[in-house]
Design a protein around this ligand. Structure first.
Ligand code: NAP
Length: 335
C-alpha cells in the first residue's frame, strides 16, 4: 500500500465535515489537522464534528498556524466560502505555508476571466512555493462543465453545448435551501439576488472553463436568476413554504459567440422539483445527449475533492483547473 496522503481540513461546515467524514474512512488518507473559526467547532474533536461517532484525535483549531504546529500535510482541503475575494487571503495563507490546496470555492473553479488579478496572484504564489491550487466540486467542477467536455471527446464538431440540472432542494442541506431563497417572499428574493446573498455561484465559471477548453473566444457571458414560487405547501426538514412564497430558483447562464448562445447552462434548484437529474446536450457531429440520474451534490462534492488529490499532486505547480488535470476518478483505498 502507498503511503497515505496527509490532509488538513480547513472549513468544517456541512461540506467540510462531509469531506472529513469520507476522508476518515479511507485507508489511503491520514487526517493531520482541522481548522474552523466557528465558536461551536473550535476545540472539538474532528471525528465527533464530522459525525463519525468516534474521536479521531484531531482537535479543531481556530487558525492554520495552530492546526499545523510542527505537523506536515500534503494537501489542505478548503471549504469556507464561495466568493474568491473573501477567501483568497485564506488561500494565500495556505499557499504561503508551502501547502497544496483543493477548495470548494466556486469562483476558484475557473477564476481567470472574472478575477484575473487574484488568479494571477494565486498562480504566482503557488509557482513560487512549488505547490498547486485547485477549485472543484460537483457544480462548478464536474456536472455542468467537466462532464460536457468529456462527452465532447467523441465529437467531430461541436456547435453548441447545453447542460440542464434539476435538483430537489428538500433533499439537500439547509445552506443550499437558504441559498435558493426557500421560504422567502418574491420581494425578499429579489433583494437577496441584488446583494449577492442568494443564488448559485459558478455558472459563469463553468462557461468560461468550457469555452477555454474548446478554444472558443466568447463575446460575453450573461446570467439570469428568477424565483420559482410554490403552488402548494412544500416542506423540508428545515423550512415550510406556503403557496406564493419562494420554493427555489431557476438560474441560466449563456456564453455567446457572434451573438449566438453557444453554451447554455440551466439550473433549477427548488423544493418539490420533480424530473430531477442532469442532462448534457451537444449539438454538432454527431448530435449527443447524456442523462445522469441521482447525483447527490453534497456527496459528489465531497467525493470529487478527495478523488482529485492524486491528479492534483501529480500536476505541475500553479493554479490548476479541472481541464488541466489528468482524469479524476475514484480509486480503491487498498492500492
Ligand atoms: N463547487 C461546488 O460544487 C460546491 C458544492 C458544495 C458547496 N460548495 C461551497 O463550499 C463552501 C462550503 O459549503 P458549506 O455548505 O459547508 O458552508 P458552511 O456550512 O457555511 O461552512 C463553512 C465553514 O467555514 C467556516 N469558516 C468561515 N470562514 C472561515 C475562516 N476564515 N477560517 C476558517 N473557517 C472559516 C464557517 O464558520 P462560520 O459558520 O463561523 O462562518 C463554517 O463553519 C460554500 O461556499 C459552498 O457554496 C461548493
Amino acid at each position: 500500500m502507498r503511503k497515505p496522503v496527509r490532509t488538513l481540513h480547513y472549513g468544517l461546515g456541512a461540506i467540510g465535515s462531509l469531506i472529513a467524514n469520507l476522508a476518515a474512512k479511507r485507508r489511503d488518507v491520514e487526517i493531520v489537522g482541522a481548522v474552523d473559526i466557528a465558536e461551536d467547532k473550535v476545540g472539538r474533536d474532528l471525528g465527533e464534528l464530522a459525525g463519525l461517532g468516534r474521536p479521531l484525535g484531531v482537535t479543531v483549531r481556530p487558525s492554520l498556524e495552530e492546526a499545523l504546529q510542527g505537523r506536515e500535510a500534503d494537501v489542505v482541503i478548503h471549504s469556507t466560502g464561495s466568493r474568491l475575494e473573501r477567501v483568497s487571503p485564506q488561500l494565500e495563507e495556505i499557499l504561503s505555508a508551502g501547502l497544496n490546496v483543493i477548495s470548494t470555492c466556486e469562483e476558484l473553479a475557473y477564476p481567470w476571466r472574472r478575477h484575473p488579478e487574484i488568479a494571477a496572484r494565486l498562480d504566482e504564489l503557488a509557482h513560487r512555493k512549488g505547490v498547486r491550487i485547485l477549485g472543484t466540486g460537483v457544480n462548478p467542477g464536474f456536472i455542468m462543465d467537466t462532464i460536457a467536455l468529456a462527452l465532447s471527446g467523441i465529437s467531430a464538431d461541436v456547435r453548441s453545448i447545453r447542460a440542464v440540472r434539476i435538483v430537489d432542494a428538500a433533499k439537500r442541506r439547509w445552506q443550499l435551501q437558504r441559498k435558493v431563497g426557500a421560504g422567502l417572499t418574491p420581494e425578499e428574493f429579489k433583494t437577496g439576488v441584488q446583494d449577492g446573498t442568494l443564488g448559485h455561484v459558478g455558472l459563469p465559471e463553468s462557461i468560461d472553463m468550457i469555452a477555454a477548453a474548446l478554444g472558443w473566444e466568447l463575446d460575453g457571458v450573461e446570467e439570469s436568476i428568477e424565483p420559482v414560487t410554490a403552488q402548494s405547501t412544500l416542506s423540508s426538514s428545515y423550512v415550510t413554504v406556503r403557496p406564493g412564497q419562494v420554493a427555489g430558483l431557476r438560474q441560466t447562464g449563456w456564453g455567446k459567440k457572434d451573438g449566438e448562445a453557444v453554451i447554455t447552462l440551466e439550473l433549477e434548484i427548488r423544493l418539490g422539483a420533480d424530473e430531477t437529474g442532469d442532462r448534457v446536450i451537444i449539438e454538432g457531429h454527431p448530435a449527443l445527449e447524456m442523462t445522469i440520474r441521482g447525483v447527490h451534490g453534497d456527496i459528489a462534492t465531497a467525493a470529487i475533492v478527495l478523488n482529485a488529490i492524486p491528479s492534483l499532486l501529480t500536476s505541475p505547480p500553479g493554479l490548476r483547473t479541472m481541464i488541466d488535470l489528468p482524469l479524476v476518478h475514484w480509486r480503491s483505498p487498498s492500492r
